[in-house]
Design a protein around this ligand. Structure first.
Ligand SMILES: NC(=O)c1ccc[n+]([C@@H]2O[C@H](COP(=O)([O-])OP(=O)(O)OC[C@H]3O[C@@H](n4cnc5c(N)ncnc54)[C@H](O)[C@@H]3O)[C@@H](O)[C@H]2O)c1
Length: 350
């Protein structure tokens, strides 16, 4: 069993410790380092060693793997120092704040030969895995447009998440997950990025945004985050050539509506009379021409993330979350910021 340490034992660091304890027999958490004494004391109360510095973690020959769960701006220096000290490294998302910075980290991984990846855990979300089945198995035809949203109404980003210097803001916090899912799903180069970021409650970092991605294979993909939405839209809305899918939450609540009979709609079909005149195009279909289907099933196992890293350290498997895929996400994020700054869409080949 390999021994590991967590650097940054706040909310997510603690989540990693609990997850490892209950799900991953291949890895044992030995100890943690956090700059705050109360978090070190808390770790000790859970039975872990509290290291007295990052250097002490890095000098511990028993430690093979380090998960870095500090605020976003510390991921890069800590990961580089750890790989140079001979440790394999997982960084929390966003891996770092730009594609250039991530390339520096990849170069150190190459130079040291260490396993290096980012915790893109939302590739294992149930809702996302249902979307994957809809996209790949085509129960409603070819998917041509996806809308992926996360909306809340609390209007606040706690602590460092609201600070630019720490890499705060919603693009880095949530955008990184939803863009990672988009690239993992569509498997075609991104050719164009358009974004609008909003700074409604926080003048330093974005608290709402919309991003539109165009893929080379013709798929369109909207990513939207709001912290100020009091009437939430579904988590997913998916348009395909022969139907529509909706998933309303993080689980499997939703449905597919599939076209059964595209035959003769006739002239006697329902017409919608708007104040400005009648429309047949926008009238509902006769109910007998469509059918509601349950969503496909998906039961992803997030434990696969850590087990895969253990296997990659042993040289038995390739990483699932490959650094190259993380680099693509950060390139798209660079383009998101550029598009917002210029007010123009950005042509890319990512
Ligand atoms: N993958 C996910 O689903 C997910 C969810 C939440 C957070 N995260 C990520 O996890 C990271 C931490 O987020 P959080 O919500 O746990 O924040 P947090 O503020 O709760 O915890 C961060 C901890 O890091 C410590 N710290 C700060 N600088 C440090 C340093 N230089 N060395 C050691 N410790 C240091 C702080 O004292 C704090 O305890 C972020 O990168 C965030 O984006 C990921």
């Amino acid at each position: 069993m390999k021994k590991m340490a967590i650097v940054g034992f706040g909310g997510m660091g603690h989540w990693h410790s609990e997850f490892l304890k209950s799900n991953i027999k291949e890895l044992k958490l030995k100890g943690v380092w956090d700059v705050r004494e109360e978090r070190r004391t808390f770790a000790e109360s859970l039975g872990y060693k509290a290291y007295s510095s990052l250097e002490e973690v890095l000098q511990d020959p028993e430690i093979e793997l380090i998960t870095v769960a500090t605020p976003n701006d510390f991921h890069k220096p800590i990961a580089i120092q750890a790989m140079r000290a001979g440790k394999n490294v997982i960084v929390e998302k966003p891996a770092t704040l730009s594609a250039d910075d991530f390339e520096d980290m990849m170069a150190v991984a190459k130079e040291t030969g260490k396993v290096f990846t980012a915790h893109q855990n939302r590739r294992w979300d149930k809702d996302y895995n249902i979307v994957k089945r809809i996209y790949n198995e085509k129960p409603i035809g070819d998917v041509y447009m996806l809308e992926s949203r996360v909306q809340g109404s609390r209007q606040v980003m706690n602590g460092w998440r609201g600070a630019k210097i720490n890499g705060g803001g919603m693009v880095y916090d949530w955008g990184v997950h939803l863009i990672d899912q988009a690239l993992d799903l569509v498997k075609s180069p991104v050719t164009q990025v358009y974004s609008q970021l909003f700074y409604i409650y926080n003048k330093e970092v974005d608290d709402n945004f919309k991003v539109m991605l165009r893929f080379e294979n013709g798929v369109g993909y909207l990513v939207e985050i709001s912290m100020n939405c009091f009437i939430s839209q579904p988590r997913w809305h998916i348009a395909a050539t022969n139907g529509t899918a909706e998933i309303v939450d993080w689980g499997d609540t939703g449905k597919l509506v599939r076209l059964k009979d595209n035959g003769n709609l006739g002239w006697d079909e329902k017409i919608v009379y708007t104040a400005a005149g009648p429309t047949r195009s926008m009238a509902p279909r006769p109910p007998e021409t469509v059918e509601d289907l349950p969503l496909p099933k998906a039961d992803p196992d997030l434990g696969e993330f850590y087990r895969n890293i253990s296997d990659a350290i042993d040289g038995k498997k390739e990483l699932i979350v490959k650094p190259e895929s993380v680099l693509r996400v950060l390139k798209v994020i660079d383009a998101v910021f550029e598009s917002d700054k210029t007010g123009q869409s950005v042509k890319v080949n990512i």
